[in-house]
Design a protein around this ligand. Sequence first.
Ligand code: ACM
Length: 514
Amino acid sequence: MNKLCIFCLLLMNFTAFSQQTKPALMPMPENINWQEGRFTVDTTFRVAITGKPNDRIYPNATRFLRRMTERTGLFIFEQGFVTPKDQNKQAPVLITVKRPGKLQLQEDESYQLTVGPKQVKISAETDLGAMRALETLAQMLSSDQQGYYFPAATITDAPRFAWRGLMLDAGRHFMPVDVVKRNLDGMAATKLNVLHWHLVDDQGFRVESKVYPKLQQLGSDGQYYTQVQIKDIVAYADDRGIRVVPEFDVPGHATAMIAAYPKLASDKNRKYGIERYFGIFDPTLDPTQDYTYQFLDSLFGEMATLFPDPYFHIGGDENNGKQWDQSADIQAYMKKNNIKNNRELQAAFNTRLLPILKKHGKIMMGWDEILQPGISKDIVIQSWRGKESLYQAAKDGYQGILSNGYYIDLVEPTDQLYLNDPIPAGADLTDAQKKKILGGEATMWSEHVTPETVDSRIWPRTAAIAERFWSLGSVNNVADMYDRMEQDQPVPGRSGANAHQEQRHVDASPGQRV
Ligand code: ACM
């Protein structure tokens, strides 16, 4: 064997060694400095919190403790809950937070995490950053013959994009509360921070309305979230540092709304019922009558109180315009108002909706169809048909997010999702235009999934997308991504998203990674 080969073998050995001893982190932090040594996790493990966090940090830290207990089998029970009284600066894990985090776009989520032999220290501007750090730390748990430990390291980390979302379609197949919560756990574990909740489509209107109760009575087969459940899920998400943006798709994809209130329809001479199958359907709200706007004003006003986030998604996609083309009244209205085509008519509809949303304290967001010449620059564009609309929007001064290329319902290879960058190197955009691109969202449309199968469609692939949104663009080695995903598959489960990993620990003998 020549010297070069021996060198190769040594290098392979070294690589194997370093891969074994470095935990598989996903999303990859901005900066990691691995060091010699370890922090041993044993039954004296505790968490203390100092500074001025929002109270959401305490249940979060308590869940972290419980997850450590489950994964190690150690009886770390003396600290039942982490509370504001836990301020011991010598505690095994010491978290220091400067100020309460506001759950809003562009809030500071950065953190510093130092694992030394005596103590783990987390410091962050906000509790949201500290919570992201705890997820990183959870992924660092390792074991060998000497027991459980975190390898020594200094990590500084911050997200690349402020908007890191998962869209969940509860319209086509209703997704029960448990399913939503499990996936919020998965999102927290992968540092995603927006649940875009698609609540209305041709197959169902999924929120209880007290103002228009026929929406759930006639438009949902009894499968809808009560207002109490909506508030519960929004609070559950807030606890995990996740914003909730609801989507009420109008004027197309509106069969369920029209089935409940046929007066909304552009064609009033038909009988309506909710759709049982999937596709693009004709029923479309009538944009020419005042009733439609009065209805949406009351409905959106009611819904605005359930969803504290300022962003409110009105869909706007896939209006086939057939009912508009076939209505003599609508055609006459267009002629009278010099509206030349259906795109202009939909722009007029959106323009009337804008002050209604504004009155209810909301910022309009929609799929890229809502980008029409002259529409207010305050809206946010979600690009699904191609990146061009996102870049055009950014060039025209609109904020936007990317979903084209993140359609996880299409079951595309994970590396394809992973390498899809909202702002690839060399993108033809100025720095100011790049700032308009807030991030992106994976989209879990539910034509082909049910509550039983949805988790396995979302995870673990969405962890790769989460890394694209959180980590630097230069973190793009596909083999390394697959390797880390293999080691640390986040799958929603009983105590946070790493059920797969947590289950595997049970079978692990000393020396294996957990
Ligand atoms: C969409 O996929 N129709 C937004």
